[in-house]
Design a protein around this ligand. Structure first.
Ligand SMILES: NC(=O)C1=CN([C@@H]2O[C@H](COP(=O)(O)OP(=O)(O)OC[C@H]3O[C@@H](n4cnc5c(N)ncnc54)[C@H](O)[C@@H]3O)[C@@H](O)[C@H]2O)C=CC1
Ligand SMILES: O=C([O-])CC(=O)C(=O)O
Length: 308
């Protein structure tokens, strides 16, 4: 098994670090355009092997795609992160060009790879990678809902003063400050609806905090987050390489599911060795359906900006 992570910045390096520590592949290639950075970070990571006991070999590359040849899974994190006060959508101008060229280069050397898109605005970048590559849709997955759901569970756990590990919940829709949909109605504390433990107004605040989870961190840190994004990306990679068939909300191409077509958006999917294997069709309430349709309108207008 060989995995490539493109972009050796905050998210890419953290993703690679999580993948390596869990020995998800024999080789992990980290690639960046900045001279020496991927090589340096890979060597730094490899020097933790003697301390942590893993056997995966990280390999750095300054824009040499030959080194990525034959990758089974590729994570694309290259691109600008937002600064405080910005939306993810404002990154489209620069990141679209980066994601397009990276996808082309990757597929030249790894035509069978499953691609996990992380760069923002993620739903549109996922759509772009699929449209430009023309590879089977099940091999292109956008990472957003895994992270948003982790944030949702964390805020629920903090509100209830319980372990996040006992909370189940999903965030679907677009990966944007106003487009994501935390499914409070379906969230549970070990199977028990969280509404039994949290008052309605508090639950609404948890949902609102989840939606601006990325913006809150960006304001605090000065750039966007990387620990949870890296862990979320590695979790999806693990479900692919170990064929765990976990249900994870991911941005995938819809063809009539959830009432939408020709758009990549976050819905629960089964993730296994073939990529996303099937979409789980949730029975949404009327309000949730309306929120999904509104979210789709926003994502669709962002996709239209690709051709503007
Ligand atoms: N989908 C999600 O849930 C999340 C998405 N993101 C997004 O991930 C992206 C990366 O964020 P960070 O790692 O924090 O940024 P960063 O600035 O730390 O790293 C980005 C890296 O990409 C590299 N890069 C730029 N153009 C490249 C190219 N053509 N080929 C290879 N490498 C190239 C840069 O040199 C830099 O090292 C951003 O677009 C950010 O918005 C971040 C967190 C969560
Ligand atoms: O907030 C951002 O710009 C980065 C991101 O997508 C997240 O952390 O959810």
């Amino acid at each position: 098994m060989k995995i490539t992570v493109v972009g050796a910045g905050a998210v890419g390096a953290t993703t690679a670090d999580n993948i390596i520590r869990r020995e998800l592949a024999e080789e992990v290639v980290l690639l960046d355009i900045k001279e020496g950075v991927a090589e340096g970070k890979s060597l730094d990571m490899y020097q933790t092997a003697a301390l942590l006991g893993f056997n995966t070999r990280p390999i750095g590359s300054t824009n040499d795609y030959e080194k990525t040849k034959g990758s089974d899974v590729v994570v694309i994190t290259s691109g600008l992160p937002r600064k405080p006060g910005m939306t993810r959508e404002e990154l489209i101008g620069i990141n679209a060009g980066i994601v397009k060229s990276v996808t082309e280069n990757i597929l030249k050397y790894s035509p069978k790879a499953i691609i996990l898109v992380v760069s923002n605005p993620m739903d549109t970048m996922t759509y772009l990678a699929l449209r430009e590559s023309g590879i089977p849709k099940k091999r292109i997955i956008g990472m957003g809902g895994a992270l948003d759901s982790a944030r949702f569970k964390t805020y629920l756990a903090l509100e209830m003063n319980v372990s996040p590990n006992d909370i189940h919940g999903m965030v679907i829709g677009g990966h944007g400050d106003t487009t994501m949909i935390p499914l409070t109605r379906l969230a549970t504390y070990n199977g028990i609806p969280v509404s039994r433990f949290i008052a309605a107004d508090k639950l609404e605040k948890v949902a609102a905090d989840t939606m601006v989870g990325g913006a809150t961190l960006t304001k605090l840190i000065g750039t966007s987050a990387w620990y949870a994004p890296g862990a979320a990306s590695a979790m999806i990679v693990e479900s692919i390489v170990r064929n765990q068939r976990r249900i994870v909300p991911c941005s995938v191409m819809l063809n009539g599911e959830y009432g939408q077509k020709d758009i990549c958006m976050g819905v629960p999917v089964v993730i296994g060795k073939g990529g996303w294997e099937k979409i789980i069709n949730l029975r949404l309430s009327d309000a949730e359906k309306a929120a999904f349709a509104k979210s789709a309108d926003a994502v669709r207008s962002m996709n239209a900006a690709l051709d503007a």
